[in-house]
Design a protein around this ligand. Structure first.
Ligand SMILES: Nc1ncnc2c1ncn2[C@@H]1O[C@H](COP(=O)(O)OP(=O)(O)OP(=O)(O)O)[C@@H](O)[C@H]1O
Length: 607
């Protein structure tokens, strides 16, 4: 991520102008959301934009006609038809305006639908690293907010288009009568425009710097109301603590908001007075010319109306444009978010994953530090996993076992060295293909608050699956016993978030999660401490099955329980990011090294 993306906005004009470069991509997104709706909106706006001019022109004819009558020169031809035309134009304006509102709300719905989906797609393809980066998180948060509720922006863009046309029509009219009129009007309006954009920018800068505090507030609110935290909150009396931290932050944000609103009230008010002076200056000039006999009464009316319209539309053009600049600043994050590219991705002509795997996986002098950190979690790590082998990876907490899994599944790429699959660097293979060949259940696996069936089917969403396949996977992982006890069986919603949902125990959730791995017809199965919440009997059962079911496949198992570990064909001991011992249970016991020591320690605690 570049420095400029991370830096908070400085109060500079450059940033404001740069923000306008976000408008074209947004127009593109708008167009993609609903081309026909956009086109109709624009066509109708051209008509509505011309209406005030047409209405004023017809009104001038009517006034001249009335004057004729007053001077006893008789009623002009078609007079009542002209009056009817005026009424017709007013009615048509009303109808067109409502139709535009309808198209705007239609477009707003389509836009937020389209952007929400794009945000989800983009979030899904970004690296895992990005999720651990607070800057990214803040950006995702802002992008999410920006995805919805952009009706204002859409209305503003349409309105600007309409106001520009109306202003142009009346400006040409005024220039036709006297260029000075426009100069006077512009002198009054430009300072208030600059004021508007200035405050819009301050508003954006304020929101930008408030995002971390707002994120923290959201977190506090979420913890305060979460089911998981409820027990601890009560026992540790944490509610008051959380509430007061939330209140402190909320107070700070309120004060900052008020301070800005005050500035805006005073500064914006003073600049607004300049606009009023410019407007009345032009008005006085036209009165002077009319009094000196330059215009008849209808023309006088038409010009004064043109001043009112040009002035208010010009003012609106500026304030709408500054409103758009304001919104465009907010869109900086959305656009920046869409421009983020994942580092871990498939190359253009990536290879399909080998099936069957012939040589297996090989780590060659792999070193790895998590992005943004210096410490190497793996150091010159060398390791092989051959087809048909079942390997247990063991080591104390924090030695890098899960990291090995993250590298083999390409959630991250090594900092140094390479990982080969059948002799070819993992980075050469298609990511989707590679992931299809690996079934993995992490220690912090997800508990999807969906039905039991969906929780299992998630293991292989890319392919259709039959009822029998789901049931067979559930049998293998012992989840079938869990499902049998549920009132609605496989259709039972799990978790408590949704009505009718049933929560499971930690061990029951694990059996369900394990079924996902079995559903996948993968060549490598990885279980990262998947049985931690299982009781001893279940664990033994699960692993005896695992041993049976992974026969002929590659299996990688991470566990702290030696009763399980000893079933592996080969045991690899990790310490400080290095491979320190490897062999089967008997060999390692005979070696009398780290493994034997750890084994003895665990055995002693059972005696
Ligand atoms: N996303 C991350 N960013 C930075 N450091 C990390 C990250 N994930 C893990 N680490 C660090 O890397 C080291 C190895 O972690 P890893 O999860 O691979 O250990 P482990 O052997 O699986 O531990 P355990 O037995 O506790 O699961 C730890 O010191 C941990 O603090």
């Amino acid at each position: 991520m570049s420095q400029s993306q991370n830096a908070s906005p400085q109060n500079a004009w450059g940033d404001r102008i740069r923000a306008l470069k976000n408008v074209p991509p947004v127009l593109k997104i708008l167009w993609e959301s609903g081309p026909q709706v956009v086109a109709w909106g624009l066509i109708l706006r051209v008509f509505v934009a011309m209406m005030p001019w047409a209405i004023a022109k017809v009104a001038a004819w009517i006034i001249n006609g009335v004057e004729h009558v007053l001077r006893h020169q008789g009623l002009p031809d078609h007079f009542w038809w002209i009056v009817a035309l005026e009424v017709g134009l007013a009615v048509l304006t009303g109808i067109l305006t409502r139709t535009i509102d309808y198209f705007d709300s239609l477009l707003a719905d389509r836009y937020s639908h389209h952007v929400s989906i794009e945000v989800m797609r983009q979030a899904a393809q970004l690296d895992l690293t990005t999720y651990e980066d607070p800057v990214y998180y803040d950006r995702l948060e802002r992008a999410r907010v920006q995805a919805t509720d952009r009706l204002v922006l859409i209305q503003q863009m349409g309105r600007l288009f309409q106001q520009i046309i109306t202003t142009l029509v009346f400006t040409i009219t005024l220039l036709y009568y006297s260029p000075w009129l426009m100069v006077l009007l512009a002198l009054g309006i430009i300072p208030s425009f600059l004021g508007e954009t200035h405050f819009a920018f301050l508003g954006y800068a304020k929101n930008f710097h408030q995002t971390p505090a707002k994120r923290l507030m959201d977190y506090l609110r979420q913890v305060g109301g979460s089911k998981e935290a409820a027990k601890e909150l009560k026992l540790f009396n944490l509610n008051e603590y959380l509430t007061s931290r939330f209140a402190g932050l909320s107070e700070q944000i309120y004060k900052e908001n008020i301070a800005l609103s005050r500035k805006k009230l005073i500064g914006g008010g003073l600049l607004g007075i300049l606009g009023t002076l410019g407007y009345y200056g032009s008005y006085a000039y036209v009165i002077w010319r009319a009094v000196h006999g330059y215009y008849n009464i209808g023309t006088f009316y038409f010009i004064t109306n043109a001043i009112v319209q040009a002035s208010s539309n010009l003012q609106q053009v500026f304030s709408t444009a500054s409103g758009i600049a304001d919104q465009a600043l907010f869109l900086t994050d959305l656009i920046a978010f869409f421009e983020m590219k994942p580092m871990v991705q498939s190359k253009p002509h990536a290879l399909p994953a080998p099936r069957p795997v012939r040589l297996g996986f090989e780590f060659h002098n792999v070193s790895f530090a998590y992005p943004g950190t210096e410490r190497k979690v793996l150091k010159n790590f060398n390791f092989t996993l051959r087809p048909g082998e079942r390997i247990a990876l063991i080591g104390e907490n924090g030695q890098g076992k899960t990291t090995v899994v993250k590298l083999i599944t390409r959630l991250y790429d090594p900092t140094e060295g390479e990982i080969l699959l059948d002799g070819i660097d993992l980075r050469e293979y298609s990511l989707e293909d590679l992931h299809q060949e690996i079934g993995v259940i992490f220690q912090d696996f997800m508990r999807y608050e969906m039905t039991a069936r969906e929780n299992i089917a998630i293991g292989r969403v890319e392919l259709p699956h039959t009822e029998a396949e789901i049931e067979s996977a559930a049998e293998k992982s012992l989840a079938a016993g869990v499902v049998a006890k549920l009132q609605h069986g496989y259709d039972q919603t799990l978790g408590r978030r949704f009505e009718g949902g049933v929560d499971l125990s930690g061990g029951e959730w694990q059996k369900i999660a394990l079924a996902r791995a079995y559903l996948r017809d993968a060549q490598l199965l990885i279980l990262d401490e998947p049985t931690a919440a299982l009781d001893a009997k279940s664990e033994l059962e699960v692993f005896e099955r695992f041993a049976e079911l992974t026969e002929g496949k590659m299996a990688l198992l991470i566990s702290h329980r030696f009763s399980t570990v000893r079933m592996a064909d080969r045991i690899v001991v990790l310490e400080g990011g290095r491979l320190v011992e490897e062999g089967n249970h008997q060999q390692l016991i005979a070696l009398d090294g780290r493994y034997a020591e750890m084994f003895e320690m665990q055995a002693a605690s059972y005696r």
